[in-house]
Design a protein around this ligand. Structure first.
Ligand SMILES: Nc1ncnc2c1ncn2[C@@H]1O[C@H](COP(=O)(O)OP(=O)(O)OP(=O)(O)O)[C@@H](O)[C@H]1O
Length: 261
């Protein structure tokens, strides 16, 4: 049951009747899920259940490939825009919803230019403003201290964990409302993983987070809410401690206790 504090939460995004098709293949079936504002929601479930497919609906990444089709709605609040609606420009959606991928994927540019890139695309030209925003994003991504003396160095010279934090800074620079994380630590060592997990705890003060993870301990550590997916459906969702300690669906119970997946 939701606590008194949790009951005051605002909804950031409401998914209703969402189905998704890769051409003739239906990958998501009639999904309903609420994302709470300034909270971390984890998507868990066995390989191929649709976690990444669902995540990618939130920034209309599927629009990059012909034949893909959405049905239903993901309504973003407070303005109640259905971001998978055909009348909504995917570019606009991607300004509001950023994504961080499994493997760090910095651009072949300097540390500074990786973060400044999105700002330049959005028309920021003034050097002082760029400097301020780049520093702000690097600080928010807990990378400033390590990167401030190597802003002009190529991003590939950073460690894997630093590169992933740079990608987070790049995602933050456009001041998104939601950040999507697709298994963001699967390519990182335990220490770099810990840094990213701690960072998410700080980021959720100003942004709503949706994360796909295969790591049950990670989901339990960092998320406030968890949704368990199976064969393209959300089978059960709720507060993370409830989902792990007292799931109501036997499939969820089997999955979180490691008996399948
Ligand atoms: N481009 C595509 N074209 C056709 N089918 C696809 C495509 N991408 C994914 N699928 C199918 O959609 C279903 C969901 O895949 P998805 O990658 O979303 O699952 P997942 O839960 O993220 O899996 P994993 O944990 O292994 O990453 C799978 O059956 C997959 O084969």
């Amino acid at each position: 049951m939701a606590s008194a504090v949790e009951s005051t939460l605002k909804t950031k995004a409401q998914t209703s009747n969402l189905s998704f098709y890769y051409g003739a293949i239906q990958a998501l079936k009639n999904i309903h899920l609420t994302l709470a504002e300034y909270r971390v929601t984890a998507l868990i479930g066995p390989s191929g259940c649709g976690k990444t497919t669902y995540l990618r609906c939130f920034n209309r990444m599927h629009d990059l490939y012909p034949g893909n089709r959405y049905e239903g709605q993901i309504v973003l609040y407070p303005d109640e825009v259905n971001i998978v609606g055909p009348e909504v420009d995917p570019i606009e959606v991607r300004m509001r919803v950023s994504m961080v991928f499994q493997k760090p994927n910095p651009f072949p540019k300097s540390v500074y230019e990786n973060v400044a890139y999105g700002l330049r695309v959005r028309g920021v030209r003034n050097r002082a403003e760029l400097d301020e925003k780049v520093e702000g994003a690097l600080r928010q991504a807990a990378l400033w201290e390590e990167a401030k003396d190597r802003l002009d160095s190529l991003a590939f010279n950073l460690s894997g964990g630093q590169q992933q934090r740079l990608c987070i800074a790049r995602a933050l620079a456009s001041e998104p409302e939601i950040i999507l994380f697709d298994e963001p630590t699967s390519a990182l060592d335990p220490l770099a993983t810990l840094k990213i997990e701690e960072l998410m705890g700080q980021l959720k003060q100003s942004v709503t987070i949706l994360i796909v993870t295969h790591n049950m301990q990670q989901a339990a550590r960092i998320s406030d809410f968890t949704a368990f997916m199976y064969l393209g459906e959300v089978i059960e969702s709720g507060q993370t401690n409830q989902m792990f300690d007292h799931p109501t669906n036997p499939l969820t119970e089997q999955y979180v206790s490691g008996r399948f997946g």
